[in-house]
Write a protein that binds this ligand. Structure first.
Ligand code: ADE
Ligand code: ZN
Length: 332
């Protein structure tokens, strides 16, 4: 283990941008395909990995939604979530806020409750056996229309004890946040914490819309904010957290080279930036790998890395005493 990886491993941290469907490793994909008698368009694990050469977000999403077809029973959602939580525990992750895409499953005839039961059981086990606390954020798929999001919100209501927030993901270009104003208005009124993907491939205007029309408390990604100095000033002033995902940005060609990643500039500008893995099974690394890749390419200091871990705690939905405890342990 090199020096940076060793240091990153000592930092208690939260992960705030993690799609549970994006933690499906090819080995588990094959296990579940066999268990559920689902046929896959790949002959081997190596063939699956070879397919993970993406030119943009849509390339990835096509494969990601196809992979999710092996998830059928509550036990499958449990096993998927538990595998991620064990991996997160190894990275010294103490708190996770996990995205899931209910429409990816309900559209295939899987009940909302099946998804929630499986994921929820693994989260309870992680609390009891690994000491990891968690929240669950359901994302609306932005390539579908708002009426589908509104139906999903209704379906979520009986399970709302289990769900702390709503998010917005999938194909960004051509699907601005404003398309979901009413769904977010109702979700906020029902007590869900609102977040949204914005500024990954989309323009800075989408980040503004997410703030102004969806009233989000965090921006997922937010890279394109740097093209708009006025927006940066507002994000800094309000300390709106950005959940940045370096290896995802590289895999989906949001940046051409890790050395060109805006993370260091974001820190220098005073943005409340955090580091996360997004879809680690597809992008070649879990959260600590993201810290290390960024640190090596951008020459981040130990102080920068500690700041990123501290930001992850501050930007989480944890209560004050849990934040105080983690902050104290971090020595921040
Ligand atoms: N769904 C899973 N990962 C995503 C990403 N990086 N952007 C948009 N939607 C997603
Ligand atoms: Zn994401």
């Amino acid at each position: 283990m090199n020096d940076i990886a060793g240091y990153v491993a000592t930092l208690p941290k939260a992960e705030l941008h993690l799609h549970i469907e994006g933690t499906l490793e090819p080995e588990l994909m094959f296990t579940l395909a066999k268990r559920n008698r689902v046929s896959l368009p790949y002959a081997s694990v190596d063939e699956v990995r070879a397919a993970y050469a993406f030119s943009n977000l849509q390339d990835f999403l096509d494969i990601y939604y196809a992979g999710a077809s092996v998830l059928i029973e509550a036990r499958d959602f449990h096993d998927l979530t538990w595998a991620y939580l064990e991996r997160a525990h190894a990275d010294n992750v103490r708190h996770v806020e996990i995205f899931f895409d209910p429409q990816t499953h309900t559209e295939r005839g899987i009940a909302f409750g099946t998804v929630i039961d499986g994921i929820g059981r693994a989260l309870d086990e992680a609390r009891d056996r690994l000491g990891i606390t968690s929240g669950l954020i359901m994302c609306f798929l932005r390539h579908l229309d708002e009426s589908a999001a509104l139906r999903t919100l209704e379906e979520a209501m009986p399970h709302r004890r289990r769900i702390c927030g709503v998010g917005l993901d999938s194909s960004e270009r051509g699907n601005p946040p404003g398309k979901f104003s009413e769904a977010f208005r109702r979700a906020r009124a029902a007590g869900f914490a609102p977040v949204a993907h914005a500024g990954e491939e989309g323009p800075p205007e989408y980040i503004r819309e997410a703030l102004d029309l969806l009233e989000v408390i965090r921006i997922d990604h937010g890279n394109s904010a740097l093209r708009d100095p006025g927006l940066v000033a507002e994000l800094v002033r309000r300390q709106v957290p950005l959940t940045v995902c370096p290896l995802s940005n590289l895999a989906l060609r949001v940046v051409d080279d890790m050395k060109a990643h805006p993370l260091k500039r974001m820190l220098e500008l005073g943005l409340m930036v955090t580091v996360n893995s997004d879809d680690p099974a597809y992008f070649g690394g879990y959260v600590n790998d993201n810290y290390v890749a960024a640190a090596e390419a951008l020459d981040l200091s130990r102080g920068d890395l500690k700041r990123l871990a501290q930001n992850s705690i501050e930007a989480s939905l944890l209560g004050r005493s849990a934040k105080d405890e983690l902050r104290a342990e971090l020595g921040a």
